[in-house]
Design a protein around this ligand. Structure first.
Ligand code: NAD
Length: 342
């Protein structure tokens, strides 16, 4: 019997394969749609599960999801080890995604989830900025000049088409300098100038959009630096105890989250919640509700808006599906028979 049945074909996709396939504009559209479906209650996505490697200042998470409307299911395994670049010359965040055929549970693809994490995390900020930042936003302030910051810049640039000034601050000045040099070269036609700043206050004051993208456990942004009309994407805080903003900022801002279970446990709001200075009633809403049209996003020029991004499994699933479909079309990747016929 087993001889007549086809084997399960699993497509292996490496970072190099994915670089040939994934386009930020496609991912922006896919992530926006994933947020919309979440806002409509049409996704299955339990919160991330964590294992903490305290001895190594790291953790690992599993992130499963299913979206019936799109016919996609995936599980991501992802780590965060902030000392990796210095200690091992390795990325801080690395991931693997298994894409599942919902019809029969077969693992149709195993792919690098690291690049997908970078692109979909950038896309989440792009989508949030579309709904929450001022339409005339032209200046961006970045805190952190690591891996995520690069796709944050690309997604926000693609969302607004052009930027006048980007300022970037990193605790390691050589990283901000390298970032500015690289971005000035890559986007010379779309950004007037990218400046390495040696002071976080200078990087964010006067920016229309701010992105915080560090593994910090102590607030970096001070309340007094934030002015009317600014939008802040908080990316770095994605585990308990992480925090990049003075909690006083949250009191002045319209706070939008990606998912209550995840945000309260590990997002920018997790520390103030633990200390009892912030609660669910202080949250304006979910990005999914705003994208689905159930709640307005920005309603005035002057309001301060904040997006607490913890990263959703559905962002990974829709991006992995894009990659898989495109790889099949173009014949990219390496297909193998991992599971023998029944
Ligand atoms: N929200 C999400 O969906 C999501 C997704 C991926 C990663 N993350 C988080 O984003 C953060 C950054 O990830 P990455 O992959 O870019 O890491 P990375 O190590 O590549 O970059 C982090 C950068 O932050 C800098 N930095 C550290 N402390 C700082 C401080 N106090 N002030 C200024 N700069 C500081 C480091 O020097 C480094 O350049 C991590 O906390 C990670 O867990 C969140």
């Amino acid at each position: 019997m087993s001889d007549q049945l086809p084997p399960v074909k699993t497509l292996l996709l490496s970072t190099t394969d994915l670089r040939k396939i994934l386009d930020m504009n496609d991912v922006l559209t896919a992530v926006e749609n994933a947020f919309r479906l979440k806002g409509l209650g049409r996704v299955q996505m339990p919160p991330k599960m964590y294992l903490f490697f305290d001895k190594f200042n790291g953790d690992i998470r599993t992130m499963p999801s299913y979206i019936e409307d799109i016919g996609v299911s995936a599980v991501k395994i992802v780590n965060v080890h902030a000392d990796n670049p210095k200690k091992y010359k390795m990325r801080t965040v690395m991931a693997t995604i298994v894409l599942i055929d919902p019809a029969n549970g077969a693992p149709i693809s195993i792919m690098d989830g690291s690049l997908i994490t970078d692109i979909r995390t950038g896309a989440a900020s792009g989508v949030a900025s579309k709904y929450l930042a001022r339409k005339d936003s032209r200046n961006l302030g970045l805190i952190g000049a690591g891996t995520q910051s690069r796709t944050q810049l690309l997604a926000i640039l693609n969302t607004f088409a052009r930027l006048d000034e980007v300022k970037v601050y990193d605790i390691l000045p050589e990283k901000s300098k390298a970032f500015a040099e690289e971005a000035n070269k890559a986007y010379s036609k779309r950004i007037k100038k990218v400046i390495a700043s040696d002071d976080p206050k200078d990087a964010v004051q006067g920016a229309d959009i701010i992105v915080t993208c560090t593994p910090s456990r102590k607030p970096i942004l001070k309340d007094s630096w934030i002015s009317k009309g600014q939008h802040i994407n908080c990316i770095g805080a994605d585990a308990p105890g992480k925090q990049e903003l003075d909690p006083a900022i949250l009191k002045r801002a319209k706070v939008v989250i990606d998912d209550w279970e995840q945000a309260s446990h590990s997002g920018e709001i997790n520390v103030p919640i633990t200390k009892g200075t912030f609660s669910q009633k202080d949250v304006y809403g979910n990005i999914g509700d705003i994208v689905a049209g159930r709640k307005p996003g920005r309603i005035s020029h002057d309001e301060i808006t904040m997006f607490c991004s913890t990263g959703l499994a559905i962002q990974d699933a829709v991006t992995a599906k894009l990659a898989y479909d495109e790889a099949k079309k173009k014949g990219i990747g390496h297909e193998f028979e991992m599971i023998l016929p029944y």
